[in-house]
Design a binder for this molecule. Structure first.
Ligand code: DON
Length: 593
C-alpha cells in the first residue's frame, strides 16, 4: 500500500487510543445477552501491537476473501480455470454452503453487488420471499401477542429460499463458465468432506444442542452423537446429492423438482405453510444499486429490500463535512459524531424502509443533501441526544450469523456478496435428506409493530408480513469506486451492525489512513437509535475518551465481536489487490495470484 494511504499523522492518534484501550479502557462496560455467534474466548480483543502490524495479503491479478479458507480456494481455483469474478463468486457461494454451513447457504438468500470492468454497476436481489399463505398476524397468538420462537425455530419462520436462483441468475448473465464447472468444488467438498479447523469447530460448537434435537441434522453435524473437534473430517453426502441435482438441473431442480418437493413435504409435516407454488413462483431481481459520494469516492451499495445502502449513505452524508481525518480513530469527536449520525439514520431506517414491491421507500428524500443538513443541525457539539428526542418510532439489537465475501478478477470485474440464513444455522432444521439448513428469515419481518423480533429489532408496519413480500434486511455488500474504478470491496454479517461495520471499514481507510487489514481488524462501534446506547468492542476507546463521552450522556455496552468484513482493496496506483480476512473469522482466508 502506498504511503498516501498510511499518513504518518494517523499512527500516533490511533496507536495511543489502542494502547490505552488495551490497558483497560472498557472495564466496567456492561455485558448484555446479545445474540453472539462466537463465544468471547474465540475472539480475543486485538492489541495495539497486533493492529499496528496487521498487513493485507497481496496479489497482482486477482483476489478472493471469504470467511472459510476452502471456499476462498474454490474461488481462486475457478479464476485460475479462466473464470471471471462472477464465476468465482458463484463458486464461493456454493462452496460456503458446504464449508461454512452456519451462514453460507442454499437454504437462504442474499444480495450481490457487481462492478463490471466495462464500468457498469449492478445489484442482484435474491432475498427470500414470504410464502403465499403468510399473513401479518402469523406470529401472534389469539390475544395478539407475539409467540416466542415461532418465527425462528419453526417452519413458519422459513422464507422461500433465493440463493440458488440468485447464484444461477448471476452466472447465466455474466459468467463465462458453466454451472457444472463452478459448482464442482462445492460438490467435492461435500462428498469427500473437509478437515475442520478450530475456527470451524468454534462455530459448530455453538449449536450442538440444537443439532441433537433433529436426527437428520445430528447424523451430519455431530460425530456419532458427539461434537466435532478440530482435525476431524465433516462429510455431507446428502448435500452433495442436492448439489449434484442442481448441477444437472439448474434452478428448476431446486424450485420445481425433488428439492422443492422435499422442503414442502417437511414443511407440511411440521406445521409450515410453504407450497410448491411458492417455489415455482420465486424470482431473483436485478435492481438499481444505491449510489452516493463520500470524500472523493463513489459508494455503490444495497437498495431496498435491504436497508443497508440507504442507511450507510445517509450516515456518510451526515458525517461528510466533519474533519474525521483530523480528529482520528477513536477520538471523542469522531465517536460522538458517528454515533449521532447513526442514531438519526437508524430512526429513518426503522420507520420508512421495506420491500419496494410493496411499500414506497422515500430514498431520494432520505439521501438528499437537505435532509443530511437538517439532521446535522440537530447534532449538539458536546452532548449525546437522547434517542427519545429523535423522531421516528422504534429500535433494534442484533447478532452476527450471516456471511460476506469479496472477489476481484484480473480484468477489474468486482463482486461483493452478503447472504444469510438469518440465525446461526437458520432454523437449525434440514428438510428430510436435502442436507442443507433452512433459513428463519421471516423473523426479519415485523411480527407486531413496536415489539422486538428475536434479534431485538423493533420495526414498523411498512415491514409487516405479506404474501410474496421480502423482509427488510440490513445486508450491505458494497463496492467503493475511486475515479470510476473499484477501490474497496466490503460488507459484513451482524444484522443492523452490518451497516456500521461496513461504513467504519470505509472511513478507517479513507479518513484514518489504515491499510485494509487494519481497517477490518480495528475495534468497532454501533449506535442504532434504540436501545439508547453505543455498542463497542474492546480497544476502541481510551479510558479518558470513554469518561468524556459518558459525561456527554453516552452509555456504552460491550460486545465481544461485531461483524466480519472480508474485504479487498485495490491500490489505485499499482492496481495490486490487497485482501483482508477479518480476524474475527479465524477459519477465513484472503488468497489470490
Ligand atoms: O438480512 C438481515 O439483515 C439479517 N437477516 C442478517 C442476519 C445477520 O446478519 C446475523 N444475525 N443475527
Amino acid at each position: 500500500m502506498s504511503a498516501r494511504y498510511l499518513p504518518q499523522s494517523f499512527f500516533p492518534r490511533y496507536a495511543l487510543a489502542m494502547a490505552l484501550g488495551a490497558a483497560g479502557g472498557l472495564s466496567g462496560a456492561k455485558d448484555v445477552p446479545l445474540p453472539q455467534p462466537l463465544k468471547a474466548s474465540h475472539v480475543p480483543a486485538i492489541t495495539r501491537e497486533a493492529l499496528d502490524k496487521a498487513r493485507p495479503v497481496i496479489a497482482t491479478h486477482a483476489m478472493v476473501v471469504s470467511a472459510q479458507h476452502y471456499a476462498t480456494q474454490a474461488g481462486v481455483e475457478i479464476l485460475k480455470q479462466g473464470g471471471n469474478a462472477i464465476d468465482a463468486a458463484v463458486a464461493v457461494g456454493f462452496a460456503e454452503a458446504v464449508v461454512h454451513p452456519c451462514c453460507g447457504n442454499i437454504g437462504g438468500g442474499g444480495f450481490m453487488t457487481i462492478h463490471l470492468a466495462s464500468g457498469e454497476n449492478l445489484f442482484l436481489n435474491f432475498r427470500e420471499k414470504a410464502p403465499a399463505k403468510a399473513t401479518p398476524g402469523m406470529f401472534l397468538d389469539a390475544h395478539g401477542e407475539v409467540v416466542p420462537n415461532r418465527s425462528t425455530d419453526s417452519y413458519l419462520g422459513v422464507g422461500v429460499p433465493g440463493t440458488v436462483m440468485g447464484l444461477n441468475t448471476a452466472l447465466a448473465k455474466y459468467g463465462k463458465l458453466t454451472l457444472k464447472q463452478v459448482i464442482a468444488p462445492a460438490i467435492k467438498l461435500a462428498s469427500e468432506g473437509y478437515v475442520l479447523q478450530q475456527g470451524d469447530v468454534n462455530i459448530l460448537n455453538d449449536s450442538v444442542e440444537d443439532f441433537a434435537k433433529h436426527p437428520n441434522v445430528a447424523a451430519i453435524f455431530l460425530n456419532h452423537g458427539k461434537p466435532f473437534v478440530a482435525g476431524e473430517r465433516l462429510v455431507q453426502k446428502n448435500l452433495a446429492h442436492t448439489l449434484e441435482q442442481i448441477a444437472n438441473g439448474g434452478s428448476d431442480a431446486f424450485y420445481k423438482g425433488a428439492i422443492a418437493r422435499a422442503v414442502v413435504a417437511a414443511s407440511n409435516a411440521n406445521g409450515g405453510i410453504l407450497s410448491l407454488r411458492d417455489f415455482a413462483d420465486y424470482t431473483a431481481q436485478w435492481e438499481e444499486p444505491i449510489r452516493c459520494e463520500y470524500h472523493g469516492h463513489t459508494i455503490i451499495s444495497a437498495p431496498p429490500p435491504s436497508s443497508g445502502g440507504t442507511t450507510l449513505c445517509e450516515i456518510a452524508q451526515i458525517i461528510a463535512p466533519y474533519p474525521f481525518a483530523q480528529w482520528g480513530y477513536g477520538s471523542v469527536e469522531a465517536v460522538h459524531t458517528f454515533a449521532e449520525a447513526e442514531r438519526r439514520a437508524f430512526a429513518d431506517r426503522n420507520t420508512y424502509l421495506g420491500d419496494p414491491a410493496f411499500v414506497r421507500n422515500p430514498i431520494e428524500q432520505l439521501l438528499s443533501s437537505a435532509h443530511a443538513a437538517k439532521l446535522r443541525a440537530t447534532i449538539l457539539p458536546d452532548k449525546a441526544t437522547p434517542s427519545a428526542q429523535i423522531t421516528g418510532n422504534l429500535g433494534a439489537t442484533e447478532g452476527d450469523h450471516t456471511t460476506h465475501y469479496s472477489v476481484i478478477d484480473s480484468h477489474g470485474n468486482a463482486v461483493a456478496v452478503t447472504y444469510t440464513i438469518n440465525f446461526l444455522f437458520g432454523t437449525r432444521q434440514i428438510a428430510g435428506d436435502t442436507g442443507f439448513f433452512l433459513n428463519d428469515e421471516m423473523d426479519d419481518f415485523t411480527s407486531k409493530p413496536g415489539v422486538a423480533n428475536a434479534a431485538g429489532l423493533v420495526q414498523g408496519k411498512v415491514n409487516q408480513v405479506e404474501p410474496g413480500k421480502r423482509p427488510l434486511s440490513s445486508m450491505t455488500p458494497t463496492i467503493v469506486l475511486r475515479d470510476g474504478k473499484p477501490f474497496l470491496l466490503t460488507g459484513s454479517p451482524g444484522d443492523a451492525t452490518i451497516i456500521s461495520t461496513t461504513l467504519q471499514s470505509i472511513i478507517n481507510i479513507i479518513d484514518f489512513g489504515m491499510n485494509v487489514q487494519q481497517a477490518v481488524n480495528a475495534p468497532r462501534m454501533h449506535q442504532q437509535w434504540y436501545p439508547d446506547e453505543v455498542w463497542i468492542e474492546d480497544g476502541m476507546l481510551t479510558p479518558d475518551a470513554r469518561r468524556r463521552l459518558e459525561a456527554m450522556g453516552y452509555k456504552f455496552t460491550k460486545v465481544h465481536a461485531m461483524g466480519a468484513d472480508e474485504a479487498i482493496l485495490i491500490d489505485p496506483k499499482t492496481g495490486r489487490r490487497e485482501g483482508a480476512n477479518d480476524r474475527r473469522r479465524p477459519a477465513g482466508l484472503a488468497a489470490g495470484y
